[in-house]
Design a protein around this ligand. Structure first.
Ligand code: PGA
Length: 262
């Protein structure tokens, strides 16, 4: 696990974009598979990737992508659905084929079967090469709320009131935030080859500290990343402000061997 404390949100966005770009350009697979997070945090990364597409010829035409989660009972056409969100904030601005962007169907008649189908679709695509992750103020990744099994697969979860409050800004009223979601499980996420967790701002500082310096525990689902062999945690100073070993992480990154990528 590599914890990288960067100077400002733009540097976080550029560094995350560098990792995605390297995966897209250099993976040996003919069809690289991207794991895309939604929410506010990765929007700057997607904007930077779209800029590189426009200005530098970075192409996603050979890629596939899988989203982490979706609200249950919200139409895909609703602007708050993650199906719509990822198109508005990324897919519509690059040459990624719309039909190659997959997300759990929160309107499926049989939600349990849809969850199994989604995990199988990721496996059939050869697994996710690089997974972008945000983190909730309660320590969730995807929508794996506290208490999520560390070996969970894609399934239904009930949002905490804190998450519903955090996400109310996307909806007309707090009551309109759905209670239930379909989310990749922690074991599903853990199978991606490279996890890139991004957090910015003071409101994420406690959750970040619990995730990377606290115990590996279902109480902080994001702590499951400690178990993974290839993790990059990209933070601005505010999100890193509760880390006990912040100085060491800064020192290690400043002295990182030039040949060693994130
Ligand atoms: P945010 O959400 O990026 O909108 O803060 C992160 C998350 O809930 O995973």
């Amino acid at each position: 696990m590599e914890i990288v404390i960067l100077d400002g949100v733009d540097a976080v966005d550029r560094t995350a974009a560098d990792i995605v770009e390297r995966t897209v350009r250099t993976t040996q697979k003919s069809t690289p598979v991207l794991g895309l997070a939604t929410g506010s945090t990765p929007v700057g990364t997607y904007r930077e990737l779209a800029r590189r597409h426009r200005d530098e010829g970075l192409s996603f035409s050979h890629c596939r992508a899988f989203l982490l989660d979706e609200y249950i009972g919200l139409a895909r056409s609703a602007e708050q659905s993650y199906f719509s969100f990822i198109r508005e904030n990324f897919v519509d601005h690059v040459d990624l084929d719309d039909a190659a962007v997959f997300s759990p169907d929160g309107e499926a008649h049989d939600i349990a079967a849809e969850a199994q189908r989604y995990d199988a679709a990721i496996a059939e695509a050869g697994g996710i090469d690089v997974q972008i992750l945000g983190i909730g103020t309660d320590g969730h990744i995807g929508f794996n709320e506290p208490g999520s099994s560390l070996r969970s697969r894609t399934r239904v979860k009930t949002l905490t009131e804190q998450t519903r409050t955090d996400n109310a800004r996307f909806f007309d009223s707090p009551d309109a935030v759905p209670h239930h979601v379909l989310t990749q499980g922690l074991a599903t996420i853990d199978e991606a080859r490279h996890l890139v967790l991004i957090a910015t701002g003071e409101s994420k500082a406690e959750a970040v500290a619990a995730a990377v310096e606290g115990p590996l525990s279902a109480h902080c689902p994001a702590s499951v990343i400690q178990w993974h062999p290839h993790v990059s945690v990209l933070l601005d100073d505010a999100a890193a402000s509760s880390l006990a070993l912040a100085e060491y992480y800064r020192y290690a990154y400043a002295n990182k061997p030039r040949w060693q990528h994130l």
